[in-house]
Each structure stands twice: as structure tokens, then as C-alpha cells.
Design a protein around this ligand. Structure first.
Ligand code: NAD
Length: 307
């Protein structure tokens, strides 16, 4: 699928040393002047493309934000405290990064008249009443992280409606791929992969019948590139495949891809775990021209090959 990559622009990618941000930088760096703002708290300097400028700084630091946004045409805001349990342990601290600093980004985008594509999340839907969830469905986030992302998502719309800022919040479902950290639920694939390679066991929390919508990093990047030029600004889009996979199926797929005979075992379910998550993808298809192209088996295979 052909996607126009922005060119000749000054682009800021916050969180550009992290999983999603660094892949985005790889796609943008050849044709744009790319600056990364990242404090390397969960990201890694080695992920940052050689042609991008890394400002090692904190999103909460006004001076770092001023420097990073100076003269930008386009901002991808990926930097965040992404671990849900960190937000449970420290709602105030995570809010300062995930919400207050996002306002800092939006204010500077107004000053620079820059488009902002923001990382929202499926976490804003909480445990959905039914699947697939479409963008207008009820939002009942079940963690401070989810509340913070919901506020980010609303602010993106409000900044568009009030100030005419071009904003595009993208609600990622469970992204996966190379360079993903292993600390939270979204990284369940990385955890299973490591367990399979270590000879097992592969540990499933609960009965394994819970479902997720796993979307490969290449598709996540493409959704972001499309968001740079879409006319559909000021409104959110799910970024997902529209397919659901049980965690048990995932464990089997990882075993298959690695040729592992690791045993699959079950441990206690995670308290408050979401039972089913799957996106409606029609709005992204119609509004953004986005459709995921990498299926789970292929994605896992590529991930296995990359390590
Ligand atoms: P990640 O942890 O790999 O990337 C986040 C980056 O932000 C890291 O490089 C980290 O060092 C940086 N960062 C954190 N706090 C910072 C601060 N105070 N100042 C500057 N930089 C800071 O996570 P990711 O999976 O790449 O997530 C990218 C974005 O996508 C996040 O906003 C996350 O909430 C969102 N998201 C991810 C998923 C997923 O499945 N991976 C799903 C939904 C939403």
C-alpha cells in the first residue's frame, strides 16, 4: 500500500527513542529534519536514527519544550509514562507527564501553527460493553493512565474546535514489534517470545480466553504518516486490525513461530484485566484511508526474525 511520507518538514517526535516513536523517526528521517525529545526513561538512545537530532530532556521542562518545538511544522507526540501500573502507583506524577506536558505541546503547536498527531489509547474505552468498539462508544477508563489519555484525546478535539489547530488523536490498540519494552500488557508478545526462547513455561494470566487486537508496528507507523496529511483533523481514529486474538492463541502462535515446545501454564488473573478488546476500523478506513496489512502470524514471524 502506497503512503505519502511527509517531506521537507521540520518534525518533532516526542518519545522518539521509544518503541513507536523510534520507528516513526526511521520513516521520517530520510526526507525531513527530525528532532526527538526524550528523557530516555524507557527509551534508548540506540533506537534514534543517526540523522535525527536527539534532545535529551523532559517533556515537563519548559525550556526543553521551547527548544524542541522551535520552527516545527509537524509534531508527533508519543512520549508518555506508558506503564499502566506506574500510573496506578503515581497518578499525580504520571498526570504531569501524560496530561500537563501534552498541554505544553499543544500550546507550542498553536504558537508554531504546527499539526499535532497525538498518541491516544484503547485504554480510554476501559472494559467495553461490547466489541468491536467504535470511536463514539462509551469511555470508562479503568486506570489513571486511561483517564489521562482520554483527556489528551478530548484536548486534541477542543484545540481544533476552539483554536483551529490541526490535531489528530490516534487510539492505538495493542501495538507490537521490534524494540518494544517488556514492562506492560501491550508487550505480552515480547514476554511470551522471551519465555519461549528460554524453554518456557509461557505463563498466561487467567484462563487465556481474554482477547486483544494486536497491531504491528509497521501499520501503526503508516497510520501516523497518513495522519500528517489527512483532511480529517480534530477527530479521533482507532488504530488496530479489527481482528481479535485470545491470549491462548497468541501463546500458541509464538510457540509455532519459534519452534518451541515450551509448556503453557496459567497464573492468577490480573486484577481489573479487560476481558475483550477489539476495534471497529471503519472510521479509520473511511476517514484516514488506513487499513492494517500485517496479520498476527506474519507480525510474529517478523518479530522473531528481528531478534
Ligand atoms: P515507549 O515507552 O517505548 O515510548 C515512550 C517514550 O517516551 C520513551 O522513549 C520514554 O523514554 C519517553 N518518555 C517518557 N516520559 C518522558 C518524559 N517525561 N520526558 C521525555 N520523554 C519521556 O512506549 P510506546 O509503546 O512506544 O508508546 C508510545 C505512545 O503510544 C505512548 O504515548 C503510549 O501511551 C501510546 N500507546 C502505546 C500503545 C502500545 O501498544 N505500545 C498502546 C496505546 C497507546
Amino acid at each position: 500500500m502506497e503512503t505519502n511520507v511527509p517531506s521537507g518538514k521540520r518534525v518533532l517526535v516526542t518519545g522518539g527513542a521509544g518503541f513507536i516513536g523510534s520507528h516513526l523517526v526511521d520513516a521520517l528521517a530520510p526526507d525531513n529534519d527530525v528532532v526527538v525529545l526524550d528523557d530516555l526513561s524507557s527509551g534508548d538512545r540506540a533506537n534514534v536514527h543517526d540523522d535525527a537530532e536527539l534532545i535529551e530532556g523532559d517533556l515537563r521542562d519548559e525550556t526543553a519544550l521551547d527548544e524542541a518545538t522551535d520552527g516545527v511544522d509537524l509534531i508527533y507526540h508519543e512520549g508518555a509514562v506508558v506503564d499502566v501500573s506506574d500510573s496506578v502507583d503515581d497518578p499525580v506524577g504520571s498526570n504531569a507527564v501524560n496530561l500537563d506536558a501534552t498541554l505544553g505541546i499543544l500550546e507550542r503547536a498553536r504558537r508554531e501553527d504546527a499539526r499535532v498527531v497525538l498518541a491516544s489509547s484503547a485504554a480510554i474505552y476501559g472494559d467495553p460493553e461490547s466489541v468491536p468498539v467504535d470511536e463514539a462508544d462509551p469511555k470508562t477508563p479503568s486506570s489513571p493512565y486511561g483517564v489521562q489519555k482520554l483527556a489528551v484525546d478530548h484536548y486534541a478535539r477542543v484545540y481544533h474546535d476552539l483554536y483551529g489547530l490541526e490535531t489528530v488523536p490516534l487510539r492505538y490498540f495493542n501495538a507490537y514489534g521490534p524494540r518494544q519494552g517488556g514492562s506492560d500488557y501491550a508487550a505480552v508478545i515480547s514476554v511470551f517470545l522471551q519465555q519461549a526462547r528460554d524453554g518456557g513455561p509461557i505463563t498466561i494470566e487467567g484462563d487465556g480466553e481474554q482477547t486483544r487486537d494486536f497491531v504491528y508496528i509497521e501499520d501503526v507507523v503508516r497510520a501516523n504518516l497518513l495522519a500528517a496529511t489527512t483532511d480529517a483533523v480534530g477527530e479521533p481514529f482507532n488504530v488496530a486490525t479489527g481482528e481479535q486474538t485470545t491470549v491462548l492463541e497468541l501463546a500458541e502462535a509464538v510457540k509455532e513461530a519459534t519452534g518451541s515446545d515450551a509448556e503453557i501454564t496459567h497464573v492468577d488473573p490480573r486484577p481489573g484485566d479487560i476481558r475483550h478488546s477489539r476495534a471497529s476500523v471503519s472510521k479509520a478506513r473511511d476517514g484516514l484511508g488506513f487499513e492494517a496489512t500485517v496479520g498476527l502470524d506474519e507480525g510474529i514471524e517478523r518479530l522473531v526474525e528481528s531478534r
